[in-house]
Ligand binder design. Sequence first.
Ligand code: UD1
Length: 425
Amino acid sequence: MNKMLVRGGTPLKGRVRTQGAKNAALPIMASCLLLKGQKMVLDNVPDLQDIDTMTELLRSMGVVVAREGDSMEFDVPEDVSCEAPEPLVRKMRASSLVLGPLVARYGRAILPMPGGCSIGSRPIDLHLKGLIQMGAKVEMRGGFVHASADRLRGRRIYLDFPSVGATENLMMAAAFAMGETIIENTAREPEIDNLAAVLRGMGVKVDTEGTGCIRVGGVDGFRSCKERVIPDRIEACTYILAGVMTGGEITVEDVVPEHIDALLAKLEEAGASFSVSAAKNGAENSVAVHPAGKLRPISIKTMPFPGFPTDLQPQMVAALTKAGGVSFVEENLFQARFSYAAELNRMGADIDIKGNTAVIKGVDRLDGATVSAADLRAGAALILAGLAAEGVTRVENMEYVFRGYDAIDAKLRALGADVVLEAVE
Ligand code: UD1
């Protein structure tokens, strides 16, 4: 099933529930490797390709993984294999998240240089530099990272960039280091707090403060733990944008409003109409989108959290293709993240890429075309454009989209969209 047919033009209506966050679940799953001979239970885990890949990776190392509905259990043996199989790591860059827990807890790790979405060069130098500062020995041999250590030592580490993955890897490594580790200039994404809560559940003292400085007190042993994955802010925002772009009337349930402030602020500036409901009487936070006509043009720069997320940049550009004027969207995290612009132009959009900025001249209509997703969020942007276009859009390479969006076809159909999946011969 790797092609989606989208017949555009229907204003979406109804309610859609946000899945658990892929980018929170992946590092938490990797953190189970700290639990020699113990268990971790994780609730609200989305049913996604990337979660399957991480499951396969953990199983290949000896972890017993069971899934029932959205709950997963990880039963970790006393000893695990410390070598990550190349095909799995090539498939998903987040596989590098096993590095920190493996080196810290088992004293060694062998990891092929990671692959993943084709959104530009994505090094792991900051992960490795931090581990080296904590006393690990790291060598690159034939495209593999070989890392080893006796017992890591807590250190003060300054990250040159607030990398999400490096922050997570080093937090996990620090959990079993001797003494306290202070990581400065850390990522502040909500997924980091979810991982911190899991480490606390394992018995580790973690202080995140939300200021870009994280303190982790290393421990000598861990206890079994249970945690819930936070709602997926990128998925929630993708559906909010689907509502906005189709002039629909939809409610996106189970959102944490402070996690999506950047999008809401920009939508408000662009003149979209929505309301945020706070949780009460057992109901969850939700965002309701109301019809509001053409968006006003705006300027956006992607930044680490709490800035505008790079993972929403393609979907936001799709929304601005029909704005009433010229918008500017600057990409500051991943240089190759405009692959989808040429595809949107095939649908009648007018996007010019100048360096790291997309200059988007609003057009009156988009027309259905056959377009191809080059990565996960690019695929989401093309689907959104298809929903707002006249006629039929065929989005190829849907396998990228299923890495991050659980049942996107069924969820859109439940909102009244005319979408179907088709296998490509
Ligand atoms: C995570 C997310 C991804 C999101 C990204 C930025 C997961 C599983 N993935 O990816 O969806 O797009 O955050 O919000 O959570 N960098 C270095 N050296 C390093 C590490 C990163 O130079 O060692 C650079 C990257 O090239 C990039 C920037 O730092 O320019 C941000 O990357 P990072 O925050 O590490 O992203 P990921 O953790 O890979």
